[in-house]
Structure formats: structure tokens, C-alpha cells
Design a protein around this ligand. Structure first.
Ligand code: ADP
Ligand code: MG
Length: 377
């Protein structure tokens, strides 16, 4: 048993090392829903069947014009939650080996971000990435314990709305006096650890404990929703698990972080013109999403100044985005013909991120080529 576990661990580790580059972009197309009412429309999204780019390509048809994209992986509407998780499980595992990992779900509202991250049906087979990751982490912890590793895990869950952090695990009711006096100041220490003042951090020992906290966070999100008249799709949800491992015989230590992020809806400001709070919200969302791609871009170009401080989200995740950390962006798109413009915007954003690599360049692409690719799709 022990030997088996050790071999498995070595194999996993080597596979992780083989993963080239630190940033991956996956695309996931959700199934057509009844609400999409697309019966008489021509198909807007298709997948190339040629062997080249099989499972990696996607084509969008807009006003009779075809736009083709290639990503590290493309999940078709029939792809199950299990199939998606198989492709990210190694990345999740690397957090136990001491890596800092960020997994983002990006896309317009209704494209399947929450389905991908959490699951939306309540059906056990339909669990998303977050519950599956937690189960894997706690199972692996058990295996690694037999090899002398002792792990401690802590979680926090927060929401960033209009550039303001809200603690989703606090016992204070949102909007209450106690809640309002909280500062949530983000600080990074010399070891690359992030501290958010006043934020609730909970020690956890099982995936059941974390599930309980996830439910509480979901409740706290919906309470805030009615009280402050907003929708969860207008805020970023950030789940963070800090993992500390010590090997009792070798005294080796590892410090990993797993960040799982359900981003705010990426839809553009409508031309009819939003005003007031809605306008402010949309501007805050656009700003933080473009800051995220600016940061990834600046890291890829090895620029001296990386604009982490331009948004709360990028500043919060700063230590987990640079260096030898690992990032995965899952871009969710709807196949509905009525969503084609938004889907195209999402894929262009993703293509921009995909052409980058933090660390050593995976593809030798000049900035000019990248910009051209971004504007032409
Ligand atoms: P978002 O979080 O991006 O706003 P949701 O995850 O809430 O979108 O998805 C919108 C709707 O589509 C939900 O009813 C969800 O259950 C459904 N849905 C999304 N992705 C899938 C999928 N891969 N398979 C089946 N249903 C999906
Ligand atoms: Mg959602």
C-alpha cells in the first residue's frame, strides 16, 4: 500500500512537471437551454473535426462570418462535470505539492460559470469543480499522511462587489454596524502570504466541513443580494484554501494555495445606456476583468511594472499570479445565436490570455501579433 502510494505520488509529480508553462485556457460551451429559443436559427457554435486541433478548436458564426479559436482544451455541450474535472485534477493536486494555483471561471451571465465551479442542479453527479477539488484534496491528504506528511488546511470565502470586499463567512449580518466597521485591508508578507484584515479564516479537516461553509457562504451571498438589491452575477466570488504540509521525517515543508474564482459576468455595457448604480457596477466589473488580463499580459511580457494594484481582485491574488504559480482560465460560453456577440467577446478575451505565458515563453509571439490576434479574433 505504502509503495503504491509513493509511486502514485511520484507519477503525479512528474506529470505536473511535464505540464509546460504556467497558464492554461480551457473553453466550455454549455448545452442549449429551452430559454435560448434557437429552434429556427442556424447553429452559431461548432467544433472542427479535423485531427489537427481535435478537442481544442471552436468556431463561431457571426453574420455569416466564421471566427476560429484554439485553446488548450475545448469542452463541448455534452462534456460532463467529471470530464472537466479529469483535466484539472493535476492542477488541484499541485496545491498539495506547494504550488499557488488560481482557477477562474470567466464568461457572460448565464454561460455556465457557477455550474462549472459549484454545480447548479443539486444532483451529486453534477457537482462542479469546487466540491470535486475538495474531495480530491482530502483523499490525497489521507494517502500522503501514510508517507509522513502532515497537512493543515484553512479556508476563506469572500466576494468582491464594486471594488469592495465582503466576507462570506462572517457571522455579522451584511449591512450591520459590525459588518460596516470591517476594513478588509489586503497585505502581502515577505513569504508571499496574503492577509486580509478582519477576514474570517477557518481551519478545516474534511470536505464535509468545507461544504458546510460553502453553503453558509451561498446563504450570506443571497442575503446580501436582497438587502442590497444586487445579483451575485455582478460580483467576483473567491474561494481560497491555504495548505501547509510538513514531512515529519524529513522536516520538509510545503505551502500551497488553491484559489477558485467565479468571476462576475463579463457582459458589456448595453448601448441603451445604464445609469446610476448599474453603470457604476458595470464599470467596476469591466475594470477588474481588464485589470486581470493586463496583469497576465504584463507578467508574460516580463514587464518591470505589473499593474496588480489596479483592482482589488488582482491585488488580492498577486502572490498567486506571478512566479511559478499556476493559472487556469475556464472560459464559459453560451451556444445561443442571441449570445453570439458576447460569446465572441469572451473567446477574444480568452485568446488574448492564451497567447501569454508566465515564466518562459511557450509560443514565441510578439506583442504586435498578440494585439492583432485580439482585434481580429
Ligand atoms: P453563470 O454562473 O455563468 O451565470 P450558470 O452556471 O448559472 O451561469 O448557468 C446558467 C444555466 O445554465 C443554469 O440553469 C445551469 O444549470 C445551466 N447550465 C450551465 N452549464 C451547463 C452544463 N454544462 N450542462 C447543463 N446545464 C448547464
Ligand atoms: Mg453564476
Amino acid at each position: 500500500k505504502l509503495v503504491e502510494g509513493e509511486a502514485l505520488r511520484k507519477k503525479l509529480h512528474n506529470t505536473i512537471l511535464e505540464l509546460k508553462g504556467n497558464i492554461r485556457v480551457f473553453c466550455r460551451v454549455r448545452p442549449l437551454l429551452l430559454d435560448d429559443a434557437a429552434d429556427n436559427e442556424p447553429k452559431a457554435v461548432s467544433f472542427p473535426t479535423t485531427t489537427e486541433n481535435l478537442g481544442r478548436g471552436i468556431e463561431l458564426l457571426q453574420h455569416g462570418q466564421k471566427h476560429s479559436f484554439v485553446f488548450d482544451k475545448v469542452f463541448v455541450p455534452e462534456s460532463s462535470q467529471e470530464e472537466v474535472f479529469v483535466e484539472v485534477s493535476q492542477l488541484v493536486q499541485s496545491a498539495l505539492d506547494g504550488y499557488k494555483v488560481c482557477i477562474f471561471a470567466y464568461g457572460q451571465t448565464g454561460s455556465g460559470k457557477t455550474h462549472t465551479m459549484m454545480g447548479t442542479s443539486g444532483n451529486d453527479d453534477d457537482k462542479g469543480l469546487i466540491p470535486r477539488s475538495l474531495e480530491q484534496i482530502f483523499e490525497s491528504r489521507q494517502t500522503l499522511q501514510n508517507q509522513g506528511w502532515k497537512y493543515e488546511m484553512q479556508v476563506s470565502m469572500l466576494e468582491i462587489y464594486n471594488e469592495t470586499i465582503r466576507d462570506l463567512l462572517t457571522i455579522n449580518r451584511p449591512g450591520s454596524t459590525e459588518a460596516r466597521t470591517k476594513q478588509y485591508v489586503i497585505k502581502h508578507d515577505a513569504n508571499g502570504n496574503t492577509h486580509v484584515s478582519d477576514l474570517t479564516v477557518v481551519d478545516v479537516r474534511s470536505s464535509r466541513e468545507v461544504s458546510f461553509l460553502l453553503n453558509r457562504a451561498a446563504q450570506s451571498r443571497s442575503v446580501g443580494m436582497t438587502q442590497m438589491n444586487e445579483q451575485s452575477s455582478r460580483s467576483h466570488f473567491v474561494f481560497t484554501m491555504r495548505i501547509t504540509g510538513v514531512n515529519e521525517s524529513t522536516e520538509q515543508q510545503v505551502h500551497g494555495v488553491l484559489n477558485l474564482i467565479d468571476l462576475a459576468g463579463s457582459e458589456r455595457l448595453s448601448k441603451s445606456g445604464s445609469t446610476g448604480d448599474r453603470l457604476k457596477e458595470t464599470q467596476a466589473i469591466n475594470k477588474s476583468l481588464s485589470s486581470l488580463s493586463d496583469v497576465i499580459f504584463a507578467l508574460a511580457k516580463k514587464e518591470e511594472h505589473v499593474p496588480f494594484r489596479n483592482s482589488k481582485l488582482t491585488y488580492l491574488l498577486q502572490p498567486c499570479l506571478g512566479g511559478d504559480s499556476k493559472t487556469l482560465m475556464v472560459v464559459n460560453v453560451s451556444p445561443a445565436p442571441s449570445s453570439i456577440n458576447e460569446s465572441l467577446c469572451s473567446l477574444r478575451f480568452a485568446a488574448r490570455v492564451n497567447a501569454c505565458e508566465i515564466g518562459t515563453p511557450r509560443r514565441q509571439t510578439s506583442v504586435k501579433q498578440l494585439d492583432a490576434r485580439f482585434s481580429h479574433g
